[in-house]
Design a protein around this ligand. Sequence first.
Ligand code: UD1
Ligand code: MG
Length: 422
Amino acid sequence: MEIKAVILAAGKGTRMKSNTPKVLHKIFEKPLLGYVLDNVKNIVNESFVIVGHHAEEVTEYVQKEYKNAKTVLQTPQLGTGHAVSMVCPSLENFDGQVIILCGDTPLITEDTLKKFIDYHNSNNSDLTVMSTIFENPANYGRIIREKDNSLKCIVEEKDATPEQKAVKEVNAGIYCLNWNKIKQAFCQLTSNNAQGEYYLTDIIEWGKKNNLNVNAYIMENNEEIYGINSRSNLATATKLMNKRKLNKLMDNGVTIVDPDSTWISEDTEIGADTTIYPATYIEGKNKIGNNCKIGPCAHLRGDVEIADNCKIGNFVEVKKAKIDHNTNAGHLSYIGDCEIGSNVNIGAGTITANYNPLTKVKSKTVLKNDVKIGSNTVLVAPVEVEEGTNVGAGSVITKNLPSWALAITRAPLRIIENWVRK
Ligand code: UD1
Ligand code: MG
């Protein structure tokens, strides 16, 4: 059956106390919304992102990064139920399934979503809500069940009685529904609650009243539905995501010397037998080969591709660079907008001067195979160094260099004898 996603991202995110819309806050330089869109992209053929607060910024991000996603405007923002009703015109003749997710829940995985949809299908469910158990369920909607354990309704924290507040099963904010059977509900929700909003959660009661098959899928790993409502939640989610990534890498044969001080983005691939030393921070999308040594204290900023047997050492920052095998940059360097061959040695303190602050143009540095760059060299881009050439320590290279040459711009050394005594 055809599946479409609706992702709620119109809310203000009041608790973030920010000028940036909540769903554009970042974990490892990727907006929260991006994680959700990436997790559904192999499951659905189209996503609708509901935008409202700072709609222009969110729309710009979605249009730039996601071809199979459309944005739908919700103004004013009258609640999660009202948000979903905004897609009714776009899905008027749609006869498939819709999964609804929140843009502020980035830890959900594709695997869990697939299991959730399988559960929905194998139970012939019309409406399935994902739930989980939290020891401290504060702030989440509570799942209220009948005596026979079937679903009754969802009650928001603000509307809950003390008895309901004690319930530890919470609403994950993820739903799967057979669109044709539920779409009517969105015209009939009311805003008769503590927040004066149209709650999406009210579709549970609506479904039961209309004799639909309504179920809850209890997922085990409650980390995945961790919702971000505050800066402190954002920090916790970043930690959770990092831990998950490091464990996955270690399972695949990567040595992480100190998981407590190492940060690696979800979109970074690392080959077996590579070692990541402490205090290394890797953000964005990167690919690192086998048998590499990265860090301690290395910073990879995204769009970095490193082949096998390379070394990126202490205090080396790398951004947008393609580095071929057996190449080393051991110490204190900045490598940005580069294409670097194999068996290249980049001496301590080498800088690629890739940015012209007057023209605001970034330019590329190309180092071919077997090039050796002496310590404290500045490579002023755009610049190309042909195969095998050596650059003397302390040089400033402003022109392309031919192959197998020596280039050196160092001022001659003067020794003035007895200068200090005189
Ligand atoms: C919501 C659920 C709660 C659940 C929790 C899980 C409701 C009423 N409550 O609460 O049961 O436990 O998520 O994380 O659904 N949004 C809009 N338009 C609006 C309002 C919100 O698009 O008019 C979006 C927000 O941008 C956000 C999402 O909907 O991405 C959820 O809104 P939020 O205010 O975070 O709801 P919670 O209080 O977390
Ligand atoms: Mg939320």
